[in-house]
Ligand binder design. Structure first.
Ligand SMILES: Nc1ncnc2c1ncn2[C@@H]1O[C@H](COP(=O)(O)OP(=O)(O)OP(=O)(O)O)[C@@H](O)[C@H]1O
Length: 563
């Protein structure tokens, strides 16, 4: 597979670190699984023309030639009709992992892909196409999917590699592999998220050598561009430098403005799936914003924000928690309960099922507790953004982080300084920061207002969004809360909506009219009920498809430690 050989002193050697026995065993097991899948899959050239055509049509890659598929070593795993993309690595450039992609054509004729990887995606990173890159190559195109890499390589002949987790992260462990290139062109996809990710990733690689393909009508993702007969070399040649000038004219901004107008929904940010009313008011969760959240003591702020952040994290918003008040085990327990939507205490046999799924989320916790210096916290946040491509940081809560006892008469000034620092971080790192702040004492029956946020007016001035969890002590609905948005810099809409609390799952939901007890709708309601029974069923199907590597507790622990 290798073009002109790689040095024995490759990054895989440099980055190697001693593994524990359990880790080694887990790795060996996964490698065996990789080999098993690889040997039971066949090159596309070995299937009949009819079968090959069917597969290409299904994946909408009719324009990708057999020669390209062969060059990249793409195979077909017949039982699931999945394409198998190999990851080669190490000094001997041997097979280290595989990604299986299956395709489904939806009603609107759009194709959607399902991915599975061995080793599991959170534990292993590689770049598809790397083995074909020559030692002397100085230019590379970086894509967000394996199919895009095939398209770019075929159409342009340029060295091209794809990120293992698409646009969600560029793990630092991969950076040494990209060191040799003097020019890196990002062509991650055709939406705003890809565009934002390419800007963030290019900072990691050094802006000067990076250029970006801006998504747009004439620049879809590579595989679509190939299908539409576009000139991929020209698209790459007209990519724009990532390093931006200090002074620009409207000419340079023109396309950005147009892109924002054209993609109104994407610009509005990630939508919540559990809080539809919040979408109506805030329109979505956007990068680079500061949200200030307050509510009476013990009203459920942590519980609510935990669900709100989980919802986003489940949609690919990489999240970092700074829980200064409650410890991480308790917080993770709350989030896992909300994830599983049930009391796991009573269903311990389901623990591993939900924990396995939960572990796949890009969710990290700072290990601070109680008072902490702001500089240390910001350094940790910055590090996490670099390492894990964090998009959302939650600070729970500001008063605990500052430490109550050490506050002098200047406590407002200190708080203002900290809020300004978080604001700056959010903007500079394109990362959303949610800051939980205790309210000042109000009379019991009075509702909180923006001015009730503890401290000076700085918090509400700096914030893009101000959210208040209102606690109305209703005898009939003791757990009912209202979420009020009192500031929304994005489009100015403000409002309030009620939320009922379900104690068993620690989740909040919009109350339903009438006497019927609320039941939170789940995606799986119309399908099999979630849980180990369903899991067992799914697993059986999965086993037929690809028998996935068994996850040991040791591996989970090492993963958690790594996090
Ligand atoms: N709406 C609700 N109704 C009843 N109990 C709730 C509600 N929301 C949360 N709780 C419960 O109240 C307790 C406190 O919740 P939580 O820690 O989220 O509140 P908080 O506002 O963050 O507290 P603090 O002011 O101490 O930071 C938890 O046991 C939680 O399960």
């Amino acid at each position: 597979m290798q073009k002109d050989g790689q040095d024995a002193l490759s990054p895989s050697v440099l980055l190697g670190y001693p593994e524990s026995e359990e880790e080694q065993e887990e790795r060996d097991r996964e490698l065996q699984e990789v080999q098993r899948i690889w040997s039971s899959s066949v090159p596309l050239t070995d299937v009949t023309d009819e079968e090959a055509l069917l597969i290409k049509t299904m994946f909408q890659i009719s324009k990708i030639s057999n020669a390209t598929l062969k060059k990249f070593g793409v195979r077909i795993f017949k039982p699931t009709k999945s394409l198998v993309f190999p990851w080669f690595g190490g000094p001997d450039c041997s097979l280290k992992g595989v990604k299986l992609i299956s395709a489904q054509i939806a009603d609107n004729d759009k194709v959607s892909y399902n991915e599975a990887t061995v080793p599991r995606i959170s534990a292993y990173y590689n770049l598809f196409g790397l083995s074909l890159v020559g030692r002397m190559d100085t230019e590379v195109v970086l894509t967000g999917s394996e199919l895009d890499t095939l398209a770019v390589s075929q159409a342009t002949g340029l060295p091209c590699v794809s990120l293992p987790r698409g646009v969600s992260c560029l793990p630092p462990i991969l950076l040494p592999y990209l060191e040799q290139f003097k020019k890196v062109t990002f062509w991650l996809g055709a939406d705003i998220r890809s565009w934002e990710s390419s800007k963030i990733f290019s900072r990691k690689l050094g802006l000067k050598r990076c250029s970006l393909v801006r998504p747009g009508e004439f620049r879809p993702c590579p595989v679509e561009a190939l299908a539409e007969g576009k000139n991929l070399s020209r698209i790459i040649n007209t990519s724009i430098p990532a390093a931006h000038k200090s002074i620009v004219s409207f000419k340079q901004l023109r396309e950005d403005v147009y892109g924002e107008l054209l993609n109104k929904e994407q610009v509005a940010g990630v939508k919540w799936t559990r809080f539809l009313e919040l979408n109506r008011i805030l329109k979505g969760h956007r990068k680079g914003e500061l949200t200030v959240f307050t509510g009476p003591t013990g009203s459920g702020k942590t519980t609510f924000i935990s669900e709100l952040a989980l919802d986003l994290c489940m949609q690919g918003v990489n999240t970092l928690w700074g829980s200064f008040e409650i410890n991480n085990v308790r917080l993770a327990k709350i989030m896992l309960t909300q994830f599983a939507m049930q009391r796991l205490e009573d269903n311990l046999e389901q623990y591993d099922y939900w924990a396995d799924k939960f572990e796949e989320l890009a969710l990290y916790f700072m290990t601070f507790h109680g008072q902490q210096n702001i500089k240390t916290v910001l350094d940790t946040m910055q590090h996490a953004v670099y390492l894990y491509d964090i998009n959302h940081v939650i600070i729970d809560n500001l008063q605990f982080m500052m430490g109550q006892e050490n506050l002098t008469v200047d406590k407002f000034a200190v708080q203002d300084h900290i809020i300004a620092a978080f604001r700056k971080f959010a903007t500079n790192s394109s990362c959303h920061v949610t800051l939980i702040i205790h309210p000042r004492k109000e009379e019991d029956d009075r509702e909180l207002q923006t001015a009730s946020i503890f401290g000076s007016a700085k918090a509400s001035q700096e914030a893009d969004n101000v959210l208040i969890l209102q606690e109305k002590k209703l005898v009939t609905c003791p757990g009912r809360r209202s979420l009020q948005v009192t500031k929304n810099r994005f489009d100015g809409d403000v409002g309030i909506f009620p939320l009922d609390f379900i104690k068993s799952s620690l989740t909040f939901t919009a109350p339903v009219k009438g006497k019927h007890k609320f039941k939170k709708p789940t995606k799986t309601e119309s399908e099999d009920p979630p849980g180990p029974d369903a899991a067992a069923k799914k697993d059986e199907v999965k086993k037929e498809k690809v028998s996935k590597t068994t996850k040991t507790k040791a591996a989970s622990a090492s993963d958690t430690n790594q996090k």
